[in-house]
Design a protein. Structure first.
Length: 244
């Protein structure tokens, strides 16, 4: 079904019909990456529609970035713990201030973070993209800020780069470690085994006391997002993920 663009905007944002028409005339709306200036142009629910830098719900796919807090599980529902979807539905898009009523109902986290791990989590309802990026054969890089209970040194850097036997069939893939201070570092891994980073450092005699994902697939956590806040990905960020 195809509908007028100005009606689509008024149906799926807080704009009135007249405000939607003005937004289109003012060059604030893009459809499938192209600037549109006529409110009577027709769009379908499979089109990608952006108002300023925020994607408009109602299309087939949505993509959002959450700064996941500790204590929240990477699930759409859970009987015991607060979920990442509760973070989404209990807040607003930080880029536009739009309420959660404009969020697609079939969103899911693309991958997971442990309950006590913070940081970047992408949520989408684009199953094909998520499946491709999360495929074990794809080896998407993910960087974490790690705090430890013991000092790290260059021997740890070399151990991470060589791969560590954490009790699986094969050692971990080579990981890049950047020492930040005596008890902290960045660690970039390209796989996602269960509690992998904690197990890797455990094999080196160190305990992880703080863990936050700061990048995934080259996409960095928006530093303006406080823990528990989210925003829709921009057109450029979505195009980047699809081009990987």
């Amino acid at each position: 079904m195809r509908v007028r663009l100005d009606k689509y905007l008024s149906d799926h944002t807080e704009l009135t019909r007249s405000q939607a028409k003005k937004a289109v005339r003012d060059g604030r709306v893009r459809v499938n990456g192209e600037l549109v200036t006529k409110g009577d142009d027709k769009v379908s629910f499979s089109d990608s529609v952006f108002l300023d830098q925020s994607q408009i719900s109602g299309g087939v796919y949505q993509y959002m970035m959450l700064n996941k807090p500790a204590g929240v599980v990477s699930a759409t529902s859970d009987d015991e713990h607060r979920t990442v979807m509760e973070c989404i539905l209990g807040g607003v898009d930080q880029a536009s201030g739009r309420p959660p009523s404009y969020v697609a109902k079939d969103l899911f986290p693309m991958g997971r973070l442990d309950k006590d791990t913070e940081g970047l989590l992408i949520l989408t309802n684009d199953g094909p993209l998520a499946h491709r990026l999360l495929s074990p054969a794809h080896h998407i890089p993910k960087t974490y800020y790690v705090e430890l209970d013991a000092a790290v040194d260059e021997s740890d850097v070399q151990s991470m780069r060589s791969g560590i036997d954490i009790g699986e069939k094969r050692p971990t893939r080579p990981a890049e470690m950047e020492i930040l201070s005596e008890h902290s570092c960045f660690l970039t891994i390209s796989e996602g085994k269960y509690h992998q980073i904690k197990r890797m450092f455990g094999c080196l005699g160190k305990r992880v006391v703080g863990l936050k994902r700061v990048t995934m697939a080259g996409l960095a956590l928006d530093e303006t997002l406080a823990a528990g806040e989210w925003r829709f990905l921009t057109e450029e960020e979505i195009a980047y993920l699809k081009g990987i």
